[in-house]
Design a protein around this ligand. Structure first.
Ligand SMILES: Cc1ncc(COP(=O)(O)O)c(C=O)c1O
Length: 422
């Protein structure tokens, strides 16, 4: 981190207090420019709101990415309120309740991502009641599992998508439903890969399946959605994903597809969250107390797993490893080893163990890197009733309070009336 960036974070901590999430929208913009440099015009980008649904961040993304992928009806509404046109919103997720389907269809979303044939039948019934024909995208669960991904969903039983082996029957069933229009396919089979070859190998699997699916459906698809699985280096020992290498490996196949009549009007979509916003975010936490216990130098911080479940290794990781953390208050001091813990009354509330940092004193501000994705809204903030972290955005270097009050799911929803979108 540059000295200027450190100073900016210290200033945010002073002005807004801690714990606080900070999202640098200029970093987001630079990352999107990098994606465009490598993948445009072959791929468009879809932002998965689950990574970070902060409204100010979303409003900035709305002008910069083509699509938004929502995974709840509240996220559908967040997308449109932030400025995404409804027809640029897709809605995925394995347990969509009838109420949610109805609200999403009423909101005129551009693509309902079907996770099963049963869901298709339910959506069809609701679309018929609303006298509309809903565009749908079928999610497929590949029979093959990708290698070198943090988490992989495919090659095994899954709640997501229809199994590749069932593709033919599923397509037939969905195409027989009068109030649904099959417009494309979607695969998301692995997350957080730092290996360009692995991402490319996985995309080759997607392309094979997409080709077969389009043949079976006799479809010129409007959208083919590639769940990117692009990862970010959370650990000091990890290197950045080489997106230029992915471009070199993948774009020739996409260019070839785009030259074929069947894919001439297809929007090829890279769907992702963490790669875009993760490195743009920091969680700032203050050191509240210190203690030496049996030769372990503890620093007690005002944020723990209540504020950042993933950094504490509790979001899908088997072994907790230290994330990149900086002492932004005291960057040039001599290095020491510390165990950093949060404020919760449980011994599992560990931010980092045996981590080397410049001397950490009470009141210093520590910054946890890569916190722009799966941070605040992926954490159990109510546990033990500590204050909620603020959310601060940096735009052109200036800090602005972007804290959202109240539960994201509590927003009012327009119900039961179709707004005549098609
Ligand atoms: C369907 C779907 N799309 C997108 C994402 C976003 O993944 P990431 O934030 O790792 O890019 C996920 C994550 O699990 C997902 O399940």
């Amino acid at each position: 981190m540059t000295m200027a960036a450190r100073k900016a974070l210290v200033q945010v901590a002073k002005e807004f207090g801690t714990p606080a999430y900070v999202y640098d929208l200029d970093v987001v913009r630079a990352r999107l420019a990098d994606l465009a440099r490598v993948f445009a015009p072959h791929f468009s980008v879809s932002y998965a709101l689950k990574a970070n649904p902060n409204p100010t961040l979303l409003a900035s993304l709305a002008g910069q990415v083509a699509l938004a992928d929502a995974s709840s009806v509240a996220e559908v509404h967040r997308s449109t309120e932030a400025g995404f046109p409804a027809d640029r919103v897709t809605f995925s997720g394995p347990a969509k309740r009838p109420r949610e389907l109805r609200d999403a269809i009423s909101a005129c979303i551009g693509g309902l991502v079907l996770e099963s044939v049963r869901e298709a039948a339910e959506a069809n019934r609701i679309a018929a009641e609303l006298h509309v024909r809903q565009d749908v995208i079928l999610r497929i669960n590949p029979a093959t599992s990708p290698r070198h991904f943090g988490v992989s969903f495919s090659g095994k039983a899954s709640q997501f998508g229809v199994d590749e082996e069932e593709l033919s029957t599923a397509i037939e069933r969905i195409q027989s439903l009068n109030n649904l229009k099959l417009t494309g396919f979607h695969i998301y089979s692995g997350t957080n890969s730092l290996n360009a070859q692995a991402v490319s190998d996985n995309f080759a699997i997607f392309i094979r399946i997409f080709r077969r699916a389009c043949q079976l459906a006799e479809l010129r698809p409007a959208k083919l959605i590639f769940g990117s699985g692009f990862g970010i280096p959370y650990l000091a020992s990890e290197a950045e994903l080489d997106i230029d290498a992915i471009g070199r490996l993948v774009i020739p196949s996409i260019a070839e597809m785009r030259s074929e009549p069947v894919f001439a009007d297809t929007m090829f979509v890279l769907e992702m969250g963490r790669w875009i916003v993760g490195p743009a975010g920091w969680l700032l936490t203050s050191v509240v107390a210190e203690k030496l216990s049996r030769a372990v130098d503890f620093r007690m911080c005002d944020a723990g797993f209540n504020n950042h479940l993933a950094a504490c290794g509790m979001m899908g990781t088997v072994i907790r490893r230290n994330w990149r953390i900086e002492n932004v208050s005291n960057p040039d001091a001599a290095m020491h080893r510390y165990t950093l813990v949060g404020p919760l009354c449980t011994s599992i509330d560990v931010l980092a163990s045996d981590i080397e940092l410049p001397e950490v004193r009470v009141d210093d501000t520590l910054a946890i890197a890569n916190s722009g994705a799966y941070g605040l809204t992926a954490s159990p903030t109510r546990f033990i009733s500590h204050p909620e972290p603020a959310e601060i955005v940096l735009i052109d270097g200036a800090a602005r309070d972007a804290t959202e009050r109240g539960s994201p799911a509590e927003k009012p929803v327009v119900r039961d009336q179709h707004r005549g979108c098609r």
